[in-house]
Ligand binder design. Structure first.
Ligand code: SDX
Length: 431
């Protein structure tokens, strides 16, 4: 934990209060207000946590001004270009890049946890066929706590590690099964001879009637999408997982809570909303109308895939994703994809517009991901499940870090109360 390097003084009602200031290894200094209420009898107020650090962490760092994203110090563009998802999983979980032997052991462990308990197949059949796959994932992942009792004791580091491996390994299987169920096709079991991304594509697109050979370039693009979504500091869904875990809830319940939070269109649901928006815009000629709507305060419409709480520059993931979109569409021979053409024209128009420049609204990770996923054959309803699959390692790494923190306390925010003060009950005949 960072040590105080200087002091901030708060003056209130003629009293002064000294608050320690902690200096991080990167990012802004942090005023430690843990003793503020005890000393001054006041709360701080920050509903969206725009200026509040909820924890200390060593996993991921974002410099929103520079558009920089580091995982354990390694820049995301280097990891996306030189590493692969399971190696990034190891890095996020354990803090260092693995040796060749460590990586081989880790990949074998994950590969051998990819099947789910056969009885869990019944859960899927309880859903309507047209259920959103995110609803299925929330349900099935939460239900894992009913099957994997030998990895729910969060006080046991061995069980914590098994739960981490099981969740990373089984999320692609569960996501693929949710997809297969939604289209009325039989489930496809995982295969140990395929790597993580190829296995997911095989489970989604193989059918019993014929052999399905995974295109290695698509598998590489899929793996890169997983890597780009792996972790992202204390975003809404990660904070949900941390808060759920602070009560001692089991890991499967905590990850199910994270999936539920990610589903929202302001967060992980933006990739689905973005592609639907691009299709609604239809062609570059209609862009001025939508730009005007996005700027109109009386219109709730926002450019999905644009803006970010932290990035006030390009989201570095969007930059890599845009390159990947061009590669995948070229590979698939998707000439002149109208949606990609609209996306590129929209990005150009928005970045040239003073409104977006002043508010520092740039494309985020969700702006191009949907274009790639649709080109690969996924329906828009599978976009957020793929985000959830990718983010599971980030959620579980942050969950593990919090449980290993000796200062762990249950998260219990206070409030600015503006309701009625105490008053007596009025009998109904007197109302
Ligand atoms: C993710 O936190 C993370 O790290 C998340 C994530 C991760 O990896 O976990 O990066 C993944 O969630 C990416 C974001 C995906 N969401 C979207 O693309 C949805 C569209 N974007 C917005 O809803 C919005 O930009 C947010 C939610 C992403 C951020 O919202 P903030 O930080 O709360 O900013 P805000 O809503 O206060 O907006 C600031 C101003 C407002 O105008 P004013 O009231 O100041 O006049 O910018 C405007 C907003 O109206 N604005 C937009 C806009 N986003 C913000 N105007 C038009 N279009 C937009 N997309």
């Amino acid at each position: 934990m960072a040590e105080p390097t200087k002091t901030a003084t708060l003056t209130l009602d003629g009293q002064s209060y000294d608050l320690p200031v902690l200096s991080p290894s990167a990012g802004p200094d942090v005023i430690d207000i843990r003793k503020l209420y005890g000393q001054a009898g006041v709360f701080t107020y920050d509903p969206g946590f725009t200026s509040t650090a909820s924890c200390d962490s060593t996993i991921t760092f974002i410099d929103g001004g520079k558009g920089e994203l580091l995982h354990r110090g390694y820049p995301i563009d280097q990891l996306a270009g030189k590493s692969h998802y399971l190696e990034v999983c190891y890095l996020l979980l354990y803090g260092e890049l693995p040796s060749a032997a460590e990586l081989e052991k880790f990949e074998d462990t994950i590969t051998n946890h990819t099947m789910i308990h056969e009885q869990m197949h019944n859960f899927f059949r309880g859903f309507r066929r047209d259920a959103h796959p995110m609803a299925t994932m929330v349900g099935v992942v939460g239900a894992m706590s009913a099957f994997y009792h030998d990895s729910t004791d969060i006080a046991d580091p061995v069980q914590r590690e098994i739960a981490s491996h099981r969740l990373i390994a089984k999320m692609p299987t569960i996501a693929a099964m949710a997809y297969k169920y939604s289209i009325g096709q039989p489930f496809v079991y995982p295969r140990n001879d395929l790597d993580y991304a190829a296995n997911f594509l095989h489970m989604c697109f193989a059918v019993p009637a014929e052999e399905y050979v995974v295109d290695p370039i698509l598998a590489r693009a899929m793996d890169r999408i997983f890597t780009l979504h792996a972790d992202h500091e204390q975003n809404a869904s990660t904070s949900t997982v941390r808060l759920a875990s602070s009560s001692g809830a089991n890991p499967f319940a905590c990850i199910a809570a994270g999936i539920a939070c990610l589903w929202g269109p302001s967060h992980g649901g933006a990739n689905q909303a973005c592609l639907e928006m691009l299709k609604e815009i239809g062609s570059p000629e209609n862009i001025p109308e939508y730009i005007a709507r996005a700027k109109d305060k009386s219109d709730p419409f926002r450019l999905m895939g644009f803006g970010h709480r932290v990035y006030k520059n390009f989201d570095p993931r969007a930059t890599v994703m845009k390159q990947s979109a061009d590669e995948v569409l070229d590979l698939l021979g998707v000439e002149n994809n109208p949606v990609l053409a609209t996306a590129k024209a929209l990005e150009e128009a928005a970045l040239a517009d003073p409104y977006f420049a002043e508010k520092k609204l740039f494309p985020n990770v969700d702006f191009y991901s949907g274009i790639i996923l649709e080109a690969m054959g996924f329906p828009t309803s599978m976009f957020t499940p793929i985000f959830a699959l990718s983010r599971t390692v980030g959620w579980i790494s942050q969950w593990k870090e919090q449980l290993e923190d000796p200062q762990l306390k249950i998260g219990r925010p206070r409030q600015l109360y503006e309701g009625e003060t105490a008053r007596d009950y009025t009998d109904i005949e007197n109302r």
